[in-house]
Design a protein around this ligand. Sequence first.
Ligand code: SF4
Length: 219
Amino acid sequence: MTKQAAQRPRGAQVRAAQVLPALHTLYPDAKTELAFRNPFELLVATVLSAQATDVSVNAATPALFAAYPDAHAMSLAQPEDLEPLIRRIGLYRGKAKNLAALARLLVERHGGEVPNDFDAVVALPGAGRKTANVVLSNAYGYPAIAVDTHVGRLSRRLALSVQTNPDKVEADLQTLFPRDRWVFLHHALILHGRRVCMARRPLCGACVMNTFCPKVGVE
Ligand code: SF4
């Protein structure tokens, strides 16, 4: 048994086997709610979605992509050119800076394409492990679990993980769920976190997982 597996809450494997069918019943077609037409748009939308809602990102990206349809076009932009187009999204100044730098790197190192390579995406400005997992799983079918605030919170409430570090939560979930369900799992957990198991006042009484969920940390 690995050290990480040894730290998993008691009964986590049994609960994981209950969580998956429950999520399949609720969200059979779970997928990202970010709007995109190609890997570049998905990468940009994912960078913009950090600490912001998908709704706010989807409201901004049509105009952004009309003005800057690909990495080559965006690589010529200065952050100040991008700011007015994304100013309704949280942390827009930092994100504009990252997008301009990211587009330049895509052109310089990857011919303007989003690389199908985890380490290369992680190395892009404004990207990180979560962004790489979202982009590679949705754009290229890479098996990945992107741990955002919803996935982390639900993993702890359902006692699938005791970890607060997203990378460690991801490692726990990878040991509990079949690899071919990882992409579905993170999308379904995100939807459940938005619709039922919200950070404040989760709707436990109406939740299909109420019978087996230990509700760790829920008051
Ligand atoms: S029972 Fe409550 S804490 Fe558990 S997953 Fe459902 S809403 Fe979240």
